[in-house]
Write a protein that binds this ligand. Structure first.
Ligand code: GLY
Length: 489
């Protein structure tokens, strides 16, 4: 049997961060502690999760690189596809059901390890191989006299998509409970443990280092994807982060006004022109824990007066929110705070006129920042738990895009990402609105038509009296950026 470390840890190769598998054991303990307190969960209940499955590229036999389903990762940290995981609530006994692999796996994919290997690798109590008829899963759960199987059913509040509850041949022989698991695990995922935060500190630092490499290397006439490739190379080569948390947004110039630029229809394929602002929203993940960081800066390292004004408006919003971020603060209030700070700056610059309270009532903030202030981050970039039962999504412009409207608690990890964009469609709508156009100085506003936008995005962890800034190592002020980039031209 291959040598495995004890205590068990995960590491992407010998040079990368070691993450103790105790992280998942602690998550299982937390889950069982909560479930045991619930009236609807009887003695003998067993949690069953289905992990992610092998995916092929369309109709071909080309396997897509596997990344574990997020709830399964949280509970077990198992890297392989096509597994089930179970936890006996009374005892915390942990069980992995892994595919009984065909002999030719050893030819194409590598060694077929025995169950004992995976038991050590994942620090679980039992591992069983299961064939396609799933007979083994049924037999083992029956042997344990499962009173109920607790399954994961719920809707992701960002995507609107359902989770896929565990299913296997013979599951109908058990009493099934879909009511309890989703909300409890989602809430536990929101509240990060120290071991989880340790991984998040690491991955955010890797992303920050990669952003800094990009800022040093980028220059006019480079393509956006060349900047993206520098970021990805640094994440992988220096930080062992093979996967990005999301597709890199490598916008420049007017493209910075496209919030999710960089997708297949707009794939970071333009040339960055001298004088352009860059808006690079890029973050990698390590061991499924993500980072999400945005840096905005002029490609040549010199801010023009207009660029400086917009940048400093956003930075002031970011820092006002950061100063206000602590346990008990309502995230909606933080969003409004960011809007207000940006509007004040635009008014002082002469783009807007009138009373800022009146502007807030007229939803002027949403013209410039149509997205939410930030989102939970963890195993998913837009992490779960933003709208648990009892928390309503706001309906006002701007606020409706918030991915959470919760009061903050210590242990939550969240992005702070105010932005100020000049988006043609929203500018036209504002000019067409009698109420909103009254606040606009048309000539100044018009000058910003092709400006693009600025976003500054940091990752923080909420504490009782303040927050911890995970993305602390970036140059952020105008002068820090200009000095860092060496005022290139
Ligand atoms: N920063 C990318 C996203 O939030 O989707």
């Amino acid at each position: 049997m291959a040598t495995l470390p004890t205590p068990a840890y995960y590491s992407f190769g010998p040079y990368a961060k070691k993450v103790p598998l105790a992280l998942h054991k602690r998550n299982r303990e937390r889950l069982c502690e909560h479930l045991r307190e619930l009236a609807g969960v009887p003695s003998g209940a067993i949690v069953v999760l289905k992990g992610g499955v092998t995916m092929l590229r369309h109709s071909t036999d080309h396997e897509i690189y596997f990344r574990q389903e997020s709830y399964m990762h949280w509970l077990f940290g198992v890297l392989e596809p096509d597994c089930w995981g179970a936890v006996e609530v009374d005892t915390g006994n942990s069980i992995l059901f892994m595919p009984d692999l065909p002999a030719d796996y050893a030819v194409w994919m590598g060694t077929i390890h025995p169950p004992e290997h995976f038991k050590m690798k994942y620090d679980v109590d039992e591992v069983h191989f299961t064939k396609e008829n799933h007979f083994k899963i049924v037999a083992e759960l029956k042997k344990k006299n499962a009173s109920k199987l607790l399954l994961l059913r719920g809707i992701n509040t960002d995507s609107g998509n359902p989770t896929e509850p565990a299913d296997f041949n013979g599951i109908d022989q058990f009493e099934l409970d879909y009511d309890h698991l989703f909300n409890i695990i989602s809430e536990l995922r929101v509240m990060k443990t120290d071991m989880e935060l340790d991984v998040m500190r690491y991955v955010t630092q890797v992303s920050c280092n990669a952003h800094k490499k990009v800022m040093k290397a980028v220059k006019p006439l480079m393509t956006q994807y060349q900047a993206e490739s520098i970021f990805e190379h640094s994440c992988f080569a220096d930080g062992a982060c093979k996967l990005m948390s999301y597709d890199c947004i490598g916008a420049s110039g007017a493209h910075c006004a496209t919030l999710h630029y960089g997708h297949a229809g707009n794939p970071n394929d333009k040339v960055i022109q001298n004088g352009d602002m860059c808006l690079f929203d890029m973050g990698c993940e390590y061991y499924c824990y993500g980072s999400d960081v945005t840096c905005s800066f002029p490609v040549n390292g010199h801010f023009t007066d207009d660029q400086k004004m917009v940048y400093e408006a956003v930075l002031a919003a970011s820092r006002a929110v950061m100063d206000n971020t602590k346990e008990g603060v309502c995230w909606v209030d933080n969003h409004r705070l960011a809007e207000r700070v940006i509007l004040i700056h635009l008014k002082n610059f002469g783009m807007l006129k009138g009373d800022v309270d009146d502007m807030m009532r007229a939803h002027m903030g949403a013209i410039f920042m149509p997205h939410g202030l930030g989102h939970f981050i963890g195993i998913d970039t837009h992490d779960v738990g933003g709208y648990p039962p009892g928390v309503e999504r706001p309906t006002e412009p701007g606020l409706e895009s918030l991915r959470t409207a919760r009061n903050l608690k210590a242990g939550m990890a969240i992005t702070i990402e105010p932005g100020c964009y000049f988006i043609d469609m929203l500018m036209d709508q504002a000019l067409d609105s009698q109420e909103q156009s009254a606040f606009i100085e048309r000539e100044v506003f018009a000058r910003f038509r092709r400006f693009g936008g600025v976003r500054i995005e940091d990752d923080v962890v909420v504490r009782e009296h303040d927050c911890e800034l995970l993305s602390h190592s970036l140059p952020r002020t105008v002068s820090e950026i200009q000095v860092f980039m060496g005022a290139k031209s």
